[in-house]
Design a protein around this ligand. Structure first.
Ligand code: BTN
Length: 257
């Protein structure tokens, strides 16, 4: 995957722009990066706001040949690449909160919004256009919600939790390099198995007591495992449930602490 990076001072949303390009047949590897978004979007129709220049705001177009049930792995390679970029440029150990938040001690450092359009033309037969957007807080904690707190790399460094505060360009360049290295894994069963294993190791939700907010119900239980295509397995009082999408709250204390 060779990246073609387009830079914007200001834009409505890098995801919105890249989805429109995907629908015009843009190739995998097109990347949109912005200093500021006027209408940044988060998961579940939330807004995603950060002051100009304070966060890495980037979206990447992938066109993997994956079955719809396995598309989460396309998001996972971006999450894992961002974890590695934080470790290498900032010296910060970051975990993945299912499905795709980057957290440090349960405070949200980055959010990822993946949007697929199976009808977007271009790409090899059987491929799906997936735009994966990341907002990674550097100089200012990003959006918060009732159920989570946020942090940023500057705050972590000030608390002695990191060796340095990287620039947005440094972070992006390591992230894209990692993504290029991992991208072939999506194309083979062995590679996908490896990705799933890495995701399990990085997923700080596993083993925790969780509340999972689904569109029409709330599950309370213990996050037991991930399936090989990235679904969350939750053990509840009435049995095991497989969750493809939802909002997770880590409850304290962990069930088996
Ligand atoms: C979330 O945690 O809800 C996901 C947040 C994703 C934000 C990023 S910022 C770059 C890209 N463009 C957007 O409009 N959203 C994503």
């Amino acid at each position: 995957m060779v990246s073609d990076v387009r830079r914007f001072g200001e834009i409505d949303s890098t995801n919105t722009w890249l989805l429109a390009e995907a629908r015009r047949g843009a190739a995998e590897g097109l990347v949109a990066v912005a200093d500021h978004q006027r209408a940044g979007r988060g998961r579940l129709d939330r807004r995603w706001e950060s002051p100009p220049g304070a966060a890495l705001l980037a979206s990447i177009l992938l066109r993997p040949e994956l079955l719809p049930g396995a598309l989460h792995l396309a998001t996972a390679i971006v999450a894992l690449s961002a974890v590695e970029a934080c470790a290498r440029t900032a010296g910060v150990e970051v975990g993945i909160k299912w499905p795709n938040d980057l957290v440090v001690d349960d405070a949200k450092l980055a959010g990822i919004l993946a949007e697929a359009d199976p009808s977007a033309p271009g790409g090899p037969p059987g491929s799906v256009a997936v735009v994966v957007g990341i907002g990674l807080n550097i100089a200012s904690p990003g959006p918060t919600a009732a159920s989570w707190q946020a942090t940023c790399l500057e705050e972590l460094a000030a608390a002695g939790r990191g060796a340095a505060v990287p620039s947005r360009d440094e972070l992006l360049s390591v992230l894209l390099g990692e993504l290029e290295r991992r991208r072939p894994d999506l194309d083979t069963e062995a590679g996908r198995g490896q990705l799933a294993g890495e995701l399990r190791r990085r997923c700080v939700t596993l083993g925790r007591a969780v509340r999972v907010e689904l569109s029409n119900e709330v599950l309370i239980g213990r996050a037991a495992d991930l399936t090989d295509d990235g679904r969350l397995l939750v053990e509840t009082d009435v049995g095991r449930r497989e969750v493809a999408a939802g909002d997770v709250v880590h409850l304290r204390p962990p069930v088996d602490a």
